[in-house]
Design a protein around this ligand. Structure first.
Ligand SMILES: NC(=O)c1ccc[n+]([C@@H]2O[C@H](COP(=O)([O-])OP(=O)(O)OC[C@H]3O[C@@H](n4cnc5c(N)ncnc54)[C@H](O)[C@@H]3O)[C@@H](O)[C@H]2O)c1
Length: 412
């Protein structure tokens, strides 16, 4: 089958790679020229999904009309805020009858339209399919077992989509409740923010379990009121995605990141889990075990989540600041320690907040080193950015709850 995937972020790339590995001819439309280039030349999306080899048959293109021309299945995987504009720009080139699989999750600001509704409004008469469920792009591209839901009012389109994507490690279940499947993928983020805050405040696993469970009940009630089927929320697109987003360390949700930052300040999540396991064990020596120092190591994915930086930015900084030189493990992957993450946060603060040039930041860090303040300044850079990120997240949430437009600040 000839397929197009629109949007070459992490998710679009992982889905395009999956389709290509399933033997389909796939064109992937990317917004950035460098993404087109690295996918075609190196078979890697260095910018959005670095470190994962992609199927050599996958073709990236920068012209959206050419991407969708003559295909039998189109998958949309752009961020939600640009979906309408991108679908509008491609509408006249979209082949009639080809199902539009909407893998973007979210609810459009102002119109409150679901993503399939946005696609239908821009392409009247289109056959839309919502693809949702617990699925981190990095795990899909790594071939780890994943199950999703493909929902459409037209069962034939859902079945076609199911066949196209299904593989030995990727299972797609069909559904007819498009509203429920899409709401599950969008509303889970509210609960992820809440559980992130609860964990950041150290409220414990009881609180998290309560929030997830009561959150699911609220999502189900809201979904019901909006025309969804209640039992959809008990499935992959509801409970499944909720559990992933509220507990998965790969979640990009900013509040979850805050949780990780807070956790990082005290103990790593792996330490935390070890302690929880210890408490469940019947042995008597658990408090001693909990106090044992555990070496902290973080993957590049963890560091990007903790610092809110893209991998290519991190790699660029490592080429510019000699003191950022993470060790590599046996597989050649970077392994960071706590101290390096503190330094990365200090570099981020100097470059983004205090507006130093690279040279200026190098000199400033040298001054801190000479005066013996480097460790404490780096630590407080990590702390203050975690708090700042939390405050800005809370302000956005309050503005949304008040019905006020979100304030646009300078991103740090
Ligand atoms: N990343 C995941 O694991 C994952 C999993 C399931 C669903 N999703 C959903 O997929 C969607 C895309 O997420 P992602 O993680 O792939 O995003 P991403 O941040 O990795 O990629 C962003 C993509 O959007 C493009 N883009 C950015 N600004 C643009 C603009 N102004 N105009 C056109 N294109 C622009 C970029 O070029 C890039 O292709 C989201 O709705 C997300 O909820 C993501």
């Amino acid at each position: 089958m000839r397929c197009a995937v629109v949007g070459a972020g992490a998710w679009g790339t992982a889905l395009a790679d999956l389709l290509a590995r399933n033997g389909h001819g796939v064109r992937l439309w990317a917004y950035e020229a460098d993404v087109v280039e690295t996918i075609n030349q190196k078979h890697e999306n260095v910018r959005f999904l670095g470190g994962h080899p992609l199927s050599p048959s996958l073709e990236a293109v920068g012209d959206i009309g050419r991407a969708v021309e003559g295909v039998e299945l189109v998958t949309l995987a752009t961020p939600s805020h640009v979906l309408r504009r991108i679908v509008k720009s491609a509408a006249s080139s979209l082949p009639r009858g080809a199902p539009l699989v909407v893998a973007t999750k979210g609810i459009e600001n102002v119109t409150l339209s679901l993503m399939t509704e946005v696609a239908e409004q821009e392409v009247p008469g289109a056959t839309v399919v919502a693809l949702s469920g617990p699925s981190f792009a990095v795990e899909v591209v790594a071939g780890q077992p994943t199950a999703v839901v493909v929902a459409s009012k037209r069962e034939q389109a859902a079945a076609t989509t199911q066949r196209a994507f299904s593989s030995a490690y990727f299972r797609a279940y069909t559904h007819t409740d498009v509203i429920g499947v899409e709401l599950g993928g969008a509303l889970k983020n509210v609960m992820a923010v809440a559980t992130g805050i609860a964990e950041g405040l150290g409220l414990g696993f009881n609180a998290r379990a309560a929030l997830v469970t009561r959150g699911l009940a609220e999502m189900t009630r809201l979904g019901s009121a909006l025309g969804a089927q209640q039992n959809t929320f008990a499935g992959l697109a509801g409970l499944g995605d909720l559990v992933l987003t509220c507990t998965g360390s790969l979640s990009r949700n900013r509040a979850v990141r805050y949780r990780e930052s807070r956790t990082f300040r005290g103990s790593t999540s792996s330490q935390r889990h070890r302690r929880a396991d210890d408490e469940r064990a019947p042995s008597g020596g658990r408090s001693m075990k909990a106090k044992e120092p555990v070496q902290e190591f973080f993957s590049i994915g963890d560091v990007c989540t903790l610092t809110d930086l893209k991998p290519h930015v991190l790699r660029y900084w490592e080429s510019q600041f000699k003191f950022l030189h993470p060790a590599k493990n046996r597989s050649g992957n970077r392994v960071y320690q706590r101290r390096e993450i503190e330094l990365i946060m200090l570099v981020k603060q100097l470059l983004y907040t205090e507006k130093y040039t690279i040279d200026g930041a190098r000199q400033k860090i040298d001054e801190y080193r000479k005066s013996g303040e480097l460790r404490s300044v780096a630590r407080s850079a990590l702390d203050s950015q975690a708090v700042e990120s939390m405050e800005s997240e809370l302000r956005s949430i309050l503005a949304i709850l008040d019905g006020q437009p979100e304030e646009k600040g300078i991103k740090s």
